[in-house]
Design a protein around this ligand. Structure first.
Ligand SMILES: Cc1ncc(COP(=O)(O)O)c(C=O)c1O
Length: 433
């Protein structure tokens, strides 16, 4: 077994540090990267769903180098061209006309600041999130996340969780469309029980990320918008994972375009992970609030010019190369391919996805939908499958019973096909799960 190459580093999200043992990555290009031994990997996970343009995109590298040559850093107290330009471009793509952008340096910081803003804007305290969600690792963000990552570390008051619209395993025992969107009505009831005048905001991943890749049935999102309007509550779309074309729209809520959020959280694809940057996008009503109210918050590196230059370049590439549309089209092909795989492997209980964001949910029994392992445990079989795929050069996303396929949006069709063939092959070779 190779020895730990980073003995002085504490690695994130480990049960125990002694579990960590990964090769050192020496370089990358497009959807591929390679380690120091020369082994090459095709990345079907886009490095935690953030490398939307793969590695070392030449336009982003050039934009960062250009900006570094001009001005690496200037504090928010001063103007910076890339920051102004990126904010304008984000507001345009968000279709939140008259809106404004508050920059952060990560998804979690975007959540933290949206929580503060929602409280200031509404004068109310409570925030509703949902089980099976993730909003970041900082204090409010991890408390709001309805996820095992907050077990034992819940740190913030005034946070309430609602049941998620997880149709494959409906927590309300319903099925669509006979359910009449019971899951949305449940949120209205929760607001009534909590006291509508105490609730500031509802935070939702319009398409849930690694907690299950579901988005609720039919008009669920529109119904949430109507409920929030009824009670004067802000609707917050966490698009950290789903933004910038991942689901085949610029932002996932735009699949239900007449129901815009009040606040939108961004990070990851904002710079295609070439540099760290996050943002809260405010619609006009929320942005206007701060015209004559204090905004007593900020981060030293918020809107860092180098990061914003990378953001402008990333948006240019998404637009110029038609990658949002490509995600929708190639994502359609991907879903068909995964359904074909499901026809061959009974361990696949469900296939879900939107754009280049898809998941296989693995089951011990397709008829009863008995999970391969209780959520959120990683089943031994899936661990073995992912390790074998990696050995053959294909990196898959996994969480609980899910295999998550979320390649860079510019992955070559033939590379994606090859990677899926490897997955198909390895699944077929699994003697037991
Ligand atoms: C939906 C969502 N929100 C927030 C975050 C937190 O982002 P970061 O890790 O940049 O703090 C993530 C990270 O995966 C996410 O998927």
């Amino acid at each position: 077994m190779p020895t730990n190459s980073e003995p002085y580093v504490l690695h994130t999200w480990q049960q125990k540090q002694t579990d960590w043992n990964a090769p050192t990555v020496a370089g990358g290009e497009g959807s591929w990267f390679w380690d120091e031994s020369g082994q090459r990997y095709l990345d079907l996970s886009a490095q935690a769903q953030c490398n939307h343009l793969g590695h070392q995109h030449p336009d982003l590298v050039a934009a960062i180098q250009r900006q570094a040559g001009e001005l690496c850093f200037i504090h928010n107290a001063w103007g910076a061209r890339p920051r102004a330009e990126l904010a304008e471009r984000i507001v345009d793509k968000s279709r939140l006309a008259g809106g404004k952008v508050f920059f952060t340096t990560s998804g979690a910081e975007s959540t933290e600041h949206a929580v503060k803003m929602a409280r200031w804007i509404t004068g109310r305290r409570k925030i509703i999130g949902r089980y099976r969600s993730y909003h970041g690792a900082t204090s409010n963000a991890i408390t709001l996340s309805g996820d095992n990552r907050n077990w034992g570390v819940v740190a913030a008051p005034d946070v309430v969780h609602a049941l998620p619209p997880y149709c494959y395993r409906c927590p309300l025992g319903q099925s669509y469309p006979a359910c009449n969107l019971r899951c949305a009505q449940h949120i209205a009831e929760l607001i009534e029980w909590e006291g509508p005048e105490t609730v500031a905001a509802l935070f939702v991943e319009p398409v849930v990320g690694t907690n299950g890749l579901f988005h609720g049935p039919g008009d669920y999102w529109r119904e949430l918008r109507a409920i929030c309007d009824r009670y004067g509550i802000l609707l917050v779309a966490d698009e950290v994972m789903t933004g910038f074309g991942r689901t085949g729209e610029w932002f996932a809520w735009q699949h239900w375009p007449d129901a815009a959020p009040d606040l939108m959280l961004l990070a990851k694809g904002l710079t295609a992970a070439h540099l760290p940057l996050g943002a809260v996008v405010l619609n006009q009503r929320c942005a206007d609030f701060f015209d004559d109210h204090p905004l007593p918050t900020g981060l030293t590196y918020a809107g860092h010019p180098l990061c914003c230059a990378a953001g402008v370049a990333a948006l240019d590439v998404y637009q110029r190369d038609g990658l949002v549309q490509r995600s929708a089209e190639l994502g359609g092909w991907l879903l068909e391919r995964l359904h074909a795989m499901a026809a061959r492997h009974s361990v696949i209980g469900d296939v879900r996805g939107l754009g280049l964001f898809a998941a296989l949910e693995l089951v011990a029994d397709r008829a009863t939908r008995q999970p391969l392992a209780p959520w959120p445990q990683l089943p031994a079989g899936l661990k073995k499958l992912a390790a074998e795929a990696k050995r053959r050069g294909v990196v898959l996303g996994t969480r609980g019973n899910l295999v998550i396929i979320s390649p860079p949006l510019n992955i070559l069709h033939e590379d994606l096909e090859w990677g899926l063939n490897v997955l198909d092959e390895v699944m077929g070779e699994m003697a037991n799960w």
